[in-house]
Design a protein around this ligand. Structure first.
Ligand code: NYM
Length: 216
């Protein structure tokens, strides 16, 4: 039988503290894989261009106040949702057509950041049910102290050492044995290489049609 009938793209998520380097790594990875001719798109959550995304962006920039539950639920609306604005069905059709998605933050960020504020973790997780399950979650591991030394730190609401320590603890609660951890203290080329290998492996597995697109 023709293998390609089953070929689907992989849903790959990068998570980590603020300033852990997710965005730069996602961009490098994306351009390398595009060069290799792999059908791939780079996504990020929250998408600040949507109207709810703009509310979130203004909150993160300390330009508006919202209570913690409200922020959590607004973010829930923007992260990978069906119907808002149809991210989930769009993601699903991309994956089915063989396009791999590299996603800079997903629902884990929502749970880690909101539970770090003291919200009940089960309450935070409840609205995440039914989202597409990633095929691979890569956690870029940096200590909160190291992250605080990086350029551009402190620009946004959550970029506070004490708070990031909490977020880091919540990520440790969330992550299970399937998450791949990359030590961000390694030279940047090594991080890039490790990440690329993990991702190529995952793409190959999904191309073979192993497993359906899951739901969380
Ligand atoms: N964030 C992100 C949350 O608190 N909850 C979420 O669900 C998501 C997706 O927003 N500090 C936080 C994490 C970051 C900020 O920053 C988004 P960036 O630099 O766009 O990843």
């Amino acid at each position: 039988s023709n293998e390609n009938n089953n070929a689907r793209g992989a849903l790959i998520v990068l998570e980590g503290l603020d300033r852990s380097g997710k965005t730069s790594q996602c961009r490098r990875l994306h351009s390398r894989l595009v060069e290799q001719g792999i059908p791939i798109e780079l996504w990020r959550f929250p998408d600040r261009k949507t109207c709810v995304g703009q509310m979130i962006s203004s909150y993160l920039a300390n330009k508006s106040q919202l209570d913690d539950q409200t922020v959590h639920l607004l973010l829930v609306l923007t992260v990978g949702r069906k119907g808002f604005p149809y991210f989930m069905s769009l993601m699903e059709s991309k994956l089915k057509s063989g396009t791999t998605l590299i996603v800079d933050r997903y629902s884990y960020s929502g749970v880690a950041f909101s539970s770090a504020k003291g919200l009940d973790i089960e309450w935070c997780k409840a609205p995440e049910r039914g989202l597409l399950a990633p095929d691979l979650v890569v956690y870029l591991d940096i200590s909160p102290e190291k992250a605080a030394e990086r350029g551009g730190y402190g620009g946004e609401r959550y970029e506070q050492l004490e708070f990031q320590r909490e977020v880091s603890q919540q990520y440790q609660i969330l992550r299970d044995g399937t998450w791949k951890i990359i030590d961000v203290c390694l030279p940047v080329e090594d991080i890039e290489k490790q990440l690329r290998e993990l991702v190529l492996d995952c793409i190959t597995t999904c191309q073979r049609g192993k497993g359906d697109i899951g739901s969380a």
